[in-house]
Design a protein around this ligand. Structure first.
Ligand SMILES: Cc1cc2nc3c(=O)[nH]c(=O)nc-3n(C[C@H](O)[C@H](O)[C@H](O)COP(=O)(O)OP(=O)(O)OC[C@H]3O[C@@H](n4cnc5c(N)ncnc54)[C@H](O)[C@@H]3O)c2cc1C
Length: 503
């Protein structure tokens, strides 16, 4: 215990839970984190299969260089001292197997503009407007909850993306571009340019989000983590422990204990009871509300969200461990397939392919991992899982369909594959418990961008929410910032000054 200070139990040792733990400790609270999995990080993770290091998360880290609000959070959490960030340099390399077209969207604004206009002079006006707006959007800062940071290269603090709404200079863009990407692209005449823009991020997300990503790319504020996502996570766990916090793994919270309208602790799946002054859930929102709290404290806003908002589609990650030389591609590629295939009822006509050949810290020597990320159906995989044999058979079948398709782009790869690892929505659910395997929570849409999500529950004192499920759009920076912000709010409620410390 930290003297007579209040104790906090944090449910979930993903990025938001770890971050909340660190800031709570900086502010004198006693912290115990309970994490369902055997390691920290939640969906932000890397793992080894047959001696190949596979990554399951970060390909675009926003604000990896000094001059952004969130970089200061990375510093405060001890990440910048321990992890090595690489500039992304390239956002996506688009390869069209149907036509042979290829276009790499790189961090160079002028080159990107000129190359796109060269593809379609008729779209010059639209291309210029889109790219210009993207650069302006990059003035926005991840909301970190007020600051110990000083204004740097990027000017305005954004008090969450909804704060955008209030910023005069952004208003024009907000009205003009707060529409789904797949609606926005209807104004683009050239089909190849349209294919590129509509695949910058998820097609149902607001166009503003893609602009933000591209804007950060052009400002050289989009990075990667050398050695894989786990190297982003472990320094935060270390910081938590060094500050005096405790984290217990394989510890699944079953119930939040409530007495006299206040949270007083948790009960774990092993039956043990742990008491605290405050409980913060940085875990999946649906199970927090409906299982851990038995559906007794569900604000109307949350009911509406679960009934109406779109979630991120579940993913499959199909990873191939390759030994020997193969053709090299940029880190992130979108490949349009000549021969689409089906998984359940969904036709897969393009693959997001991550090529890890740039990172020898993950797999040294002549070994590398090529990974396909595919949106898929939750119910299909959960149904299959009821029959173990059918489930593994389908996993294997999908892996071979993917391998057949990428052979066209990586000639000879098939003969060099010595490891195949397939993660399905069931895998995501088993390890992270995210509702319907929505790995990043709610999509950032025209509606969700404008609405604020409650972080406390009416009728339940001493209980707070953090993490991607209360920050539409999710993401690594948002999760760590969410942990910071919840502790800032707690300090305010406790009438304490919120303080931060560097390691
Ligand atoms: C394939 C992939 C690629 C991604 N790429 C990027 C990227 O390039 N850039 C980016 O910014 N973001 C990316 N993201 C998103 C980002 O990783 C997440 O939004 C962020 O890590 C979410 O953190 P979180 O702590 O809010 O949630 P989670 O990671 O879900 O953490 C919640 C934790 O709570 C635990 N938990 C759940 N229930 C219980 C319980 N009952 N008891 C105890 N513990 C419990 C879970 O095990 C988990 O560890 C990606 C995600 C994936 C899956």
């Amino acid at each position: 215990m930290n003297g007579n200070n209040k104790s906090i139990i944090i449910i979930g040792g993903g990025l938001a839970g770890l971050s909340a733990g660190c800031y709570a400790l900086m502010n004198g609270y006693d912290v115990q984190v309970f994490e369902h999995a055997a390691i920290p990080g939640g969906v932000c993770t890397s793992w080894k299969t047959d001696n190949y290091m596979i990554d399951g998360c970060i390909h675009w880290l926003m604000g990896h260089r000094p001059g952004t609000s969130v970089y200061e959070v990375y510093r405060e959490l001890g990440i910048t001292d321990a992890a090595k960030f690489l500039d992304a340099g390239s956002y996506i390399n688009f390869v069209d197997g149907r036509t042979g077209n290829q276009f790499e969207l790189i961090a160079d604004y002028e080159k990107t503009r000129d190359r796109l206009i060269a593809i379609s002079p008729a779209d010059k006006n639209t291309i210029e407007k889109f790219l210009r707006a993207s650069v302006v959007m990059a003035d926005l800062q991840i909301p970190t909850g007020g600051s110990s940071w000083k204004k740097g290269a990027i000017k305005n603090l954004w008090d969450k993306l909804t704060g955008l709404w209030r910023m005069g200079r952004m208003l024009g863009y907000l009205f003009r571009y707060n529409l789904p990407l797949n609606e926005y692209v209807k104004r683009i005449k050239n089909p190849w340019v349209r294919d590129i823009i509509v695949n910058l991020f998820l097609q149902d997300m607001t166009t503003l989000f893609s602009m933000l990503m591209i804007g950060y790319l052009f400002r050289n504020q989009l990075g990667m983590v050398e050695g894989g996502s786990i190297r982003f996570v472990l320094p935060i766990e270390k910081r938590l422990k060094k500050l005096g916090g405790r984290i217990t793994y394989n510890a699944t919270v079953e119930k939040v204990l409530v007495e006299n309208g206040a949270a007083v602790g948790v009960k774990l799946a092993d039956g043990s009871v742990h008491r605290s002054d405050i409980v913060i859930s940085a875990a999946d929102l649906h199970s927090t509300l409906y299982d851990m709290l038995d559906g007794k404290y569900v604000p109307e806003r949350f009911r509406y969200m679960f009934g109406n908002w779109k979630m991120f589609s579940p993913l499959m990650l199909v990873s191939f461990g390759v030994k020997g030389e193969i053709k090299r591609y940029p880190p992130v590629n979108v490949i349009f397939l000549k021969e689409p295939f089906k998984i359940g009822t969904v036709t897969v006509d393009r693959l997001l392919v991550r090529d890890y050949s740039y990172d020898k810290a993950m797999n040294p020597g002549d070994r590398t991992v090529i990974q396909a990320e595919i949106e898929t159906e939750y119910d299909y995989w959960m149904g299959l899982r009821k029959n173990e044999e059918a489930y593994y058979k389908e996993k294997d079948a999908v892996a071979h369909k993917v391998l057949d398709r990428i052979e066209d782009f990586y000639p000879g790869i098939k003969a060099k594959v010595e490891m195949i690892d397939v993660a399905t929505p069931y895998t995501f659910l088993r390890y992270t418990r995210n509702y319907r395997s929505a790995f990043e929570g709610w999509l950032m849409t025209g509606e969700t961008i404008k609405m604020s999500v409650p972080k406390i529950l009416d009728g339940l004192k001493n209980f707070y929410l953090a993490g991607q499920w209360v920050e539409p759009g999710g993401g690594v920076p948002t999760a760590v910032a969410s942990g910071r912000r919840v502790i800032r709010k707690l300090c305010r409620d406790d009438k304490k000054e919120f303080i931060t410390k560097l390691p």
